[in-house]
Design a protein around this ligand. Structure first.
Ligand SMILES: N[C@@H](Cc1ccc(OP(=O)(O)O)cc1)C(=O)O
Length: 144
């Protein structure tokens, strides 16, 4: 099974939602982490609510991005180009397997904006964006 690591900033909103969506497929080993994440924080309440509205329950505890996780992953998908640049600069050996979610899934330039601090409608929008990106991601990974 391919090992996929999603990375965002705090590992309480975007990457846990992406992870929950891909885990639904059961064909991948999935983890998430944050560049500036603390350890053991739950998924944000609004992210959890947006997932529950789609019938997805996601047990999550935040974790920081580490070199061990970088080694574990076959693919590292970041929410923004800044996350990618940080990873590549600190872990050059991971450069070949690190992509922004937009560039890998849709061959486009763009960031998944941080919904942190927004209301539930913002989280629903982010989840919708992630859902579409992950649909494309699955198609792309099937070709690998
Ligand atoms: N701003 C938060 C950290 C944080 C940043 C972004 C964030 O969203 P995401 O999990 O999508 O990166 C979550 C938390 C703090 O000051 O603790």
């Amino acid at each position: 099974m391919k090992r996929v690591l999603f990375v965002c900033t705090g590992n309480t909103c975007r990457s846990p939602m992406a992870s929950a969506l891909l885990k639904e497929r059961k064909d991948f080993e999935v983890q998430s982490a944050g560049i500036f994440a603390g350890k053991g924080m739950p998924i944000s309440a609004a992210a959890s609510q947006a997932l529950l509205e789609r019938g997805i329950e996601h047990n999550h505890r935040s974790q920081p991005f580490t070199s061990e996780l970088a080694e574990w992953a076959d693919y590292i998908f970041t929410m923004t180009n800044q996350h990618k640049q940080l990873i590549v600069s600190q872990h050059p050996s991971a450069a070949k397997k690190t992509f922004t979610l937009h560039e890998f899934s849709t061959s486009s330039v763009g960031d998944v904006q941080d919904p942190y601090g927004g209301d539930l409608s913002i989280y629903r929008e982010t989840l919708g964006e992630l859902d579409e990106l992950i649909r494309q991601l699955i198609l792309k990974l099937a070709d690998k």
